[in-house]
Design a protein around this ligand. Structure first.
Ligand code: FES
Length: 184
């Protein structure tokens, strides 16, 4: 009799153990399936926010044909580019302007038109042959060097490239109010 009770109790224990084991297996399996579905979903929503926010292109931007440049005559060209942030791609818009100068040796220099002092737009004054920032009267020569005024440095040059008779520029904004040229 006692032996029979013992056998039944043992069977009961082993059934309970099997049930617990199956329960654990099903919880682990469901968790793994949940993670497998959740990871790509989370990545889809989060990854744009982890990407670097871009304001305008980080590559070279085409400015036009070099044939439109005259020796030592600064030419103002608007920079138009598509802006992209984490989730949105905006239509092309004006993001700045540059001054392009071709010297006698057909070498090109590009300056951003932003004054390094406090960021006003720099103009070319044909009469005096100087660049002028009208905000606080900073004057620069044709090579962008400061002649007078509060600008802490000369005009900021930009990287250029000539390809198939066209001029390209890597447009960048620089930090204002400091003596060294540094990307903003
Ligand atoms: S912003 Fe150009 S001189 Fe001040």
């Amino acid at each position: 009799m006692n032996k029979q009770i013992y056998v039944e109790e043992t069977e009961l224990h082993s059934n309970k153990g099997r049930r617990d084991f199956l329960k654990i297996c099903s919880v682990v399996l469901s968790s793994l399936i949940g993670v497998a579905y959740a990871v790509p979903l989370i990545r889809t929503f989060i990854s744009p926010a982890l990407r670097q926010t871009v304001s305008g292109s980080t590559g070279l931007i085409e400015l036009g044909s070099i044939s439109s440049c005259q020796v030592n005559v600064p030419m103002n060209v608007k920079i138009v580019d598509a802006k992209t942030d984490a989730w949105t791609k905006f239509p092309p818009m004006e993001i700045g302007a540059v001054w392009i100068i071709m010297n006698e040796d057909k070498k090109f220099t590009a300056f951003t038109s932003i004054c390094p002092h406090l960021g006003c737009g720099i103009n070319w004054d044909e009469g005096s042959g100087k660049f002028i920032c009208p905000c606080h009267d900073s004057f620069f020569d044709i090579e962008g060097r400061v002649l007078s005024g509060p600008s802490p440095r000369g005009m900021d040059t930009l990287e250029t490239e000539i390809k198939d008779g066209k001029i390209f520029v890597k447009y960048e904004k620089m930090r204002l109010g400091i003596s060294g040229k540094m990307p903003a």
